[in-house]
Design a protein around this ligand. Structure first.
Ligand SMILES: [Zn+2]
Length: 484
C-alpha cells in the first residue's frame, strides 16, 4: 500500500521535529525534570507538527524507559505507539462530530488504569470545534484528572478555546515553518524517496505551503504521482488549478464592479476549503504579481501562471494596484482579531469595488466593456445578421424563441463565437477562448478542448457563463463543456 510522504516521514522523536526547535527543547527539558503536566495545549497553523509532537510526547511518557525525552523506539510500547495500536493513547478529532459523545465516554474511561504504559494520553485534535457541552464536560475532567492521565489538546484557532480551558493547560505555540527549512526538508525527503525534483520546483512548493510542512509534502506527493521528474511547470499547474482560477474570477468580478458575481465567487472559493485569511493572502499575492508583471513581463512569485497575468494585465491601472494592496493588507491584519472573518472580508471586497468605481473612473479600456454592461446585449446577433453566411447559429428570431439545436453546426458556432468576441473587442475573453479548439457537438453542448489546463480553468471560472448567457439571449441555449 502506498503511504503518503507526510506519513512516511512523520517525525518519530523530538530531534526529528522540523522547524519547532523551541517547542521540542522546552518539552524535553520538562520531561527530563519530571515536570509532566496534566494538560497541554498545542496551538498553531495547520501542518506545523502539533499532532506529530503530541504522539512523540505520548511515546516519551509511555516508553519502557519513560518518562524520557529520548523514547527508544524499540520497545513494545514505542512500537505500538508508532503503529497506532496502543490502547493507552486515544485520539479524538473534534472536527468530525464536535465531540460530545467522545467526551462523555472519555469521562467514563479516564478512571481506568493504562494498559501497557504508565500514562493514558488523550489527544484531542481541533479542540476549538467542541460544543459548549463537550467543553464543559472536558473542563470537569481536566480540573480533577486521575494522576495517570495526560490531555494533549491541539488547535489551529486558539482564540476559540475558552479561557477556562486555556488557563489549565501548559501552552505551546507552534510557529509557521520557514520556507528555507521546508525547502531543506523537501530536498531531503525527495532524495530519500527517489523523487527527482528540480530545485525551483521545490522552492515554489516551499512558498505555497505557507509554513506548513504537511501541505508541502502532500504537494510534492501529488506532483511526483503525476510525473517522476518534478518540474517547476508541474507544480505551477497543480497549484494553479487549485487556486488561480478562483482568484482570477474574483479579480474579474471586482474590476467589472459586479458585487453579485463577487459574492458568488467568494462563496465558491471558500467552499473549496480556503478560509478568508488565505483568500486575502492569495489575492494580495496575485495582485502583487500582476503589478510586477505589468512592469517587467515576469511574475514575482513562481506559482502564479503567467497565462492568467497576461490576460488580466491591462485590466487595472497601475496606480490603482498599490491602493488595493493597501486595503487588502489592512484587512489581513483585521482578520486576525475578527470574530466574523468572512463578513470582514466581504465588506473589504466591497470597498475594492468602490475603489474601482470611484478611485479611477475608467478601468476597463473602452473595448473591454463586459457583456452585461452598457453595450447592447444584441451586439452579436446584430453583427451576425449583417452577413448572411453567419446567420446559422444566431437566427434573426426574437430572443425568446429557441432554436432546434439538432440542426446546428457546432464547429461553425464556435468559430462565430470567437469571431464575434474578437469583433466586439472583448479582448480578454477572446485571448482566453482562442486557446480552445472545437472538439465535438454533443446534443445541446459544444465540447471544446484546451491544450493548456490553466486556460481551461480560467474559462470555466470566469468566461463561459457570460458566453452561454449571451447565446441564450439570442435564442441559442447551448452549453459549453471544456476538456483538456
Ligand atoms: Zn521505548
Amino acid at each position: 500500500m502506498y503511504l503518503a510522504l507526510y506519513r512516511r516521514w512523520r517525525p518519530k522523536n523530538f530531534e526529528d521535529l522540523v522547524g519547532q526547535e523551541a517547542v521540542s527543547k522546552i518539552l524535553k527539558a520538562s520531561i527530563e525534570q519530571n515536570r509532566i503536566g496534566h494538560a497541554y495545549l498545542f496551538s498553531g497553523p495547520r501542518g506545523t507538527g502539533k499532532t506529530s509532537t503530541a504522539k512523540i510526547l505520548a511515546k516519551a511518557l509511555n516508553c519502557v524507559n519513560g518518562p524520557t525525552a529520548y523514547p527508544c523506539g524499540e520497545c513494545e510500547n514505542c512500537k505500538k505507539l508508532d503503529s497506532g495500536a496502543s490502547m493507552d493513547v486515544m485520539e479524538i478529532d473534534a472536527a468530525s462530530n464536535r465531540g460530545i459523545d467522545e467526551i462523555r465516554s472519555l469521562r467514563d474511561t479516564v478512571k481506568f488504569a493504562p494498559v501497557d504504559g504508565k500514562f493514558k494520553v488523550y489527544i484531542i485534535d481541533e479542540v476549538h470545534m467542541l460544543t459548549i457541552e463537550a467543553f464543559n464536560a472536558l473542563l470537569k475532567t481536566i480540573e480533577e484528572p486521575p494522576p495517570q492521565v495526560v490531555f494533549i489538546l491541539a488547535t489551529t484557532e486558539i482564540h476559540k478555546v475558552p479561557a477556562t480551558i486555556k488557563s489549565r493547560c501548559q501552552r505551546y505555540d507552534f510557529r509557521r515553518i520557514s520556507e528555507q527549512t521546508i525547502f531543506d526538508r523537501l530536498k531531503f525527503v525527495a532524495s530519500k524517496s527517489e523523487i527527482d525534483a528540480d530545485d525551483d520546483a521545490l522552492m515554489i512548493i516551499s512558498h505555497a505551503a505557507d509554513g506548513g510542512l504537511r501541505d508541502a509534502l502532500s504537494i510534492l506527493d501529488q506532483c511526483a504521482a503525476i510525473n517522476s521528474h518534478v518540474t517547476k511547470r508541474d507544480v505551477q499547474e497543480l497549484l494553479g488549478l487549485a487556486g488561480v482560477a478562483g482568484i482570477f474570477a474574483l479579480v474579474d468580478s471586482i474590476v467589472s464592479k459586479n458585487p453579485a458575481k463577487m459574492l458568488e465567487t467568494i462563496d465558491k472559493i471558500l467552499s473549496e476549503g480556503r478560509d478568508p485569511t488565505q483568500l486575502i493572502a492569495d489575492l494580495i499575492q496575485y495582485l502583487r504579481d500582476l503589478m510586477v508583471y505589468k512592469e517587467t513581463g515576469r511574475a514575482a512569485f513562481y506559482e502564479t501562471p503567467e497565462e492568467s497575468l497576461e490576460l488580466q494585465k491591462d485590466l487595472l491601472k497601475t496606480e490603482l494596484l498599490p491602493e488595493m494592496l493597501k486595503i487588502l493588507n489592512e484587512t489581513s491584519r483585521e482578520l486576525r482579531w475578527s470574530v466574523q472573518p468572512r463578513i470582514t472580508m466581504e465588506v473589504m471586497m466591497f470597498s475594492l469595488i468602490q475603489l474601482v468605481e470611484h478611485g479611477i473612473p475608467k478601468i476597463y479600456t473602452e473595448s473591454d466593456q463586459l457583456v452585461q454592461k452598457s453595450k447592447p446585449q444584441s451586439k452579436i446577433p446584430e453583427e451576425k445578421s449583417k452577413s448572411n453566411n453567419r446567420v446559422v447559429p444566431f437566427p434573426n428570431a426574437a430572443p425568446s424563441k429557441s432554436v432546434d439545436t439538432n440542426s446546428l453546426d457546432g464547429k461553425k458556432i464556435w468559430q462565430d463565437v470567437l469571431d464575434s468576441l474578437q469583433r466586439d473587442g472583448k479582448r480578454m475573453t477572446f485571448a482566453c477562448m482562442k486557446n480552445a479548439e472545437f472538439n465535438r457537438f454533443d446534443g445541446d453542448s459544444i465540447v471544446i478542448k484546451f491544450a493548456n489546463p490553466i486556460y481551461k480553468q480560467i474559462a470555466e471560472s470566469t468566461f463561459l457563463s457570460d458566453i452561454e448567457t449571451l447565446l441564450k439571449k439570442v435564442g441559442c441555449p447551448l452549453r459549453f463543456v471544456c476538456e483538456t
